[in-house]
Design a protein around this ligand. Structure first.
Ligand code: S3P
Length: 161
């Protein structure tokens, strides 16, 4: 099992798609699965049911994954200790982007309920999570100014090397 972790906007979904093709493994995009299960968008789930409800669904989904796959996680998956433990059954790849890159990529984003607040609040969340991602990661890949293809190659190399 391969888990891609990292902050919102770090490129997990795009890279997971490429990596799953390269590794000939199924792709599991956790946010998409939760949206399908709930028949609502992430934004609607947060607005109607709240973050705790979403986090519970995220934990249940994570614990239910049985088939070997490339799993693209949501940026907040590391918030819960039990999720951090669940991730340890696989290889965890942390896509590490700088705060500047995240700010640029998410500047027009309207879909992410937790990309909110002023810049200082966003930076605090980013920095706090950085430690959590590092704590669970088997492999850390810097992604700034790299293409998804380059990042995928680097992951393949690091996993096989
Ligand atoms: C979240 C990140 C989102 C999604 C939800 C919460 C977070 O996933 O799971 O909006 O807490 O950082 P992405 O990292 O794919 O944006």
């Amino acid at each position: 099992m391969i888990f891609l972790v990292g902050f919102m906007g770090s490129g997990k979904s795009t890279v997971a798609t490429k990596l799953s093709e390269r590794m000939a493994l199924p792709l599991l995009e956790m946010d998409d699965e939760i949206e399908k299960l709930e028949a609502k968008s992430i934004k609607e789930i947060f607005a109607n049911e709240g973050e705790e409800f979403f986090r519970q669904k995220e934990t249940e989904l994570l614990q239910s994954i049985k088939v070997d796959a490339v799993v693209s996680t949501g940026g907040g998956v590391v918030e819960r200790e039990q999720n951090r433990e669940a991730l340890s059954i696989g290889k965890v790849i942390y896509l590490q982007a700088s705060f500047e890159t995240i700010i640029q990529r998410l500047s027009n984003d309207k879909t992410r309920p937790l990309w909110a607040g002023n810049e200082q609040e966003k930076k605090q969340k980013f920095e706090r999570r950085q430690e959590l991602y590092e704590g669970v990661a088997d492999v850390v890949i810097e992604v700034d100014e790299k293409t998804p293809e380059e990042i995928t190659e680097e992951i393949m190399h690091r996993l096989n090397g």
